[in-house]
Design a protein around this ligand. Sequence first.
Ligand code: FMN
Length: 375
Amino acid sequence: MIFSRLSPLLRMPLVSGLTRDTLLKMDPEIAHGATIAALRLGLAPEQEGADPPELRTTLCGLELRNPVGMAAGFDKTAEVPDALLRLGFGMVEIGTVTPRPQVGNPKPRLFRPAAADGVINRMGFNNEGAEAVLRRLAARAQFGGIVGVNLGANKDSADRTADYVRLIELFAPVASYFTVNISSPNTPGLRNLQQSAALDDLLARVIDARERVRKNAGDSPLLLKIAPDLTLQELDDVVHIARSRRVDGMIVANTTLSRPATLREQAKAKEQGGLSGRPLLRLSTRMVAETYVRTEGAFPLIGVGGIDSGGAALMKIRAGATLIQLYSSLVYKGLGLVEDIKADLLSTLRRTGRESLSEIVGADAATITAEPWPE
Ligand SMILES: Cc1cc2nc3c(=O)[nH]c(=O)nc-3n(C[C@H](O)[C@H](O)[C@H](O)COP(=O)(O)O)c2cc1C
């Protein structure tokens, strides 16, 4: 699991501290564009060799070679899923994609409260629309790998639920799984779909769509991605409805509108939008544990929020996540973090004499849910 296919010079741009510092000095959205361009051009590191068998993970019938996934929002329009898989991710979630193209919110809309290793974004589902994304995914379908599609509604849509249904019909042949994203804080009113009656109707219609396309397009598990800002009462309702509508899993969680104490003093913390990265770790881990105890094993969870080390990944797994995803920490630690996390997970397994991470999923959920609520 060492990067070696490319010469050290070519590997430098995305992994060396020097160049990461340069990226961190750039405007955040330009730096992101440069990273995507480098991945597209093959200037990123590549994993050497296969992942060890201990890291194999099964999620809703999908066989993953390791449990570390790229979270949605990094590759919104499926420009670089294969470069990310070659880098070492066990799966890549592209999107959020909406039926029609969208420019998103005015710039600047991406901020780095760097002292706290945080990110704030109010991108607003900027994406090229379903047609362009579908074309790219169809062109790479032969390469395999687990590539999930994160679905969203257009900001000006008259029937948002119909947008999700349409996207399921379109993407079924190319999606390893679907994520129904109703938790982005940057599309006004979107999070209202998490409320009971709206959620029940939405899930009934998207599950029905998934069943209809299944005959021709095969099985695509359907996951629900929730906000970390739900109250526990709201979480009770969401899990109850998700279970009764038989979703295949949940992703916990999206960015938060809250601003933890660690961030309050910084001017950038006042920017509107969703906060991610290290300041989200404790809240999102708590939400994973709270969700885990409510699911009673009915379906698996993907844990996401603030993972920036093997230790943080283990924390999420012990809270109840079968699989983890990350995004913001790559900004601060570089793409080599993926290999570091996998190496840490493996050494923990070997040190503790375990054969698979599934043995510790949810081991700390009861303890975590008994702790005081994270500030
Ligand atoms: C710039 C940015 C854009 C994002 N866009 C999306 C998105 O389009 N859809 C989505 O479901 N989540 C999106 N997310 C949320 C991430 O997928 C993830 O849930 C969140 O950032 C917490 O993980 P992290 O702390 O590892 O970044 C975005 C996050 C960031 C930082």
